[in-house]
Design a protein around this ligand. Structure first.
Ligand SMILES: NC(=O)c1ccc[n+]([C@@H]2O[C@H](COP(=O)([O-])OP(=O)(O)OC[C@H]3O[C@@H](n4cnc5c(N)ncnc54)[C@H](O)[C@@H]3O)[C@@H](O)[C@H]2O)c1
Length: 315
């Protein structure tokens, strides 16, 4: 099957491209290399797919490029491109609005003119639930950050295109994804980096904020499973294990054999207090269950960051 992955050079997108290629699919990737974190990191993410004969990269911006060439003959779209990260969405709203809302509308418009299309999978987030994202998909959506608002707006756009134009949409709400290649602005990446370098770690608020965590391989498995999902459904994607900031720091101290040097900071506006995915619907409909536990997953991410650091020192 020919698939299109938007945000192909990102953390989750690059893993998804690899997995689709491994499963025998042909993959077109779109990425604009938005400099939210360095292009070199994203280029490295794509090292595997770029060498694969069935992979084509379109360095295109969903906000203004002609999307027809990338969609030609595509049967499944996985729309992962977005401006992620909650704190910056308060200060750079135009970028979030453009990359998360306007870009999605342009992609949906191009997708509905693609006769081969069988599924359009939209990567949403637990942030659509707001401060207390704990439960199943019937929880009220009350985002507490501009980021969450733009991601929810894009969900609504997907629904409008599904209802009015028959687009075969499936929405996935990812809960805190981690593992090798995690974005450098994300908490666990920053914690591991600080532990490896002996730097201070900023803990915001009381540190008791808790996350449902999803290992990257479980996330990509769920995303591929969505190809078989009934059209119009929304699914939580969560690894089933929750942990507070203190829990995570304790686990990472054990894994790396180093003590964290903590600096306390005030809580950040819009931060979620508690997230825990009830992903039972995904299990019931598609048989998906998470396979990687938190200790194992954190150890894998720490090993990857250590290897990255080793390569930088050797260079
Ligand atoms: N990482 C998580 O824990 C998490 C949790 C919930 C939801 N999500 C969602 O999953 C998706 C992927 O997240 P990620 O962590 O891999 O982020 P990422 O920043 O690593 O990847 C996103 C990619 O999209 C690209 N992009 C952004 N705007 C674009 C545009 N206008 N045109 C073309 N490319 C564009 C960026 O250059 C980037 O490479 C996002 O939609 C995000 O909202 C992620």
């Amino acid at each position: 099957m020919k698939c299109l992955v938007t945000g192909a050079a990102g953390f989750i997108g690059s893993h998804l491209c690899e997995r689709l290629l491994q499963s025998g699919h042909a993959v077109a990737g779109i990425d604009a290399f938005i400099p939210y974190y360095p292009r070199a990191v994203k280029e490295a993410n794509l090292a595997g797919p770029r060498n694969h004969p069935d992979f084509t990269l379109f360095t295109s911006d969903l906000r203004d490029s002609d999307l027809a060439p990338a969609l030609d003959g595509v049967e499944a779209v996985f729309h992962l491109a977005a401006m992620p990260g909650l704190p910056r969405s308060w200060t750079d709203f135009a970028l979030y609005e453009g990359c998360n809302v306007a870009a999605t509308q342009r992609l949906l418009e191009a997708a509905r003119q693609t006769p081969t299309l069988r599924r359009f999978v939209y990567a949403s987030t637990s942030s659509v639930y707001g401060r207390y994202g704990s439960g199943d998909e019937t929880l009220p959506t009350r985002p507490s950050s501009p980021y969450g608002v733009t991601k929810l707006a894009a969900e609504h756009l997907c629904r409008a295109y599904a209802e009015e134009h028959g687009l075969p949409v499936v929405v996935l709400r990812y809960f805190s994804v981690y593992g090798p290649r995690q974005r450098p602005d994300m908490g666990y990446h920053k914690f591991i980096h600080a532990l490896l370098h002996g730097d201070e770690i900023a803990v915001f608020g009381d540190g008791l904020q808790t996350r449902g965590n999803t290992y990257i391989d479980d996330c990509t498995a769920a995303t591929m499973a969505a190809l078989e999902a009934p059209v119009g459904e929304v699914y939580n994607v969560g690894g089933g294990e929750t942990a507070s900031v203190w829990d995570i720091l304790g686990k990472l101290e054990t894994i790396l054999g180093r003590r964290a040097v903590v600096r306390r900071e005030p809580a950040r506006a819009g931060d979620q207090r508690f997230t825990a995915a009830d992903a039972g619907k995904l299990t019931r409909h598609l048989g998906w269950t998470p396979a990687v536990g938190l200790d194992d997953g954190l150890a894998r991410q720490a090993a990857w960051q250590q290897a990255q650091q080793g390569r930088r020192l050797a260079a």
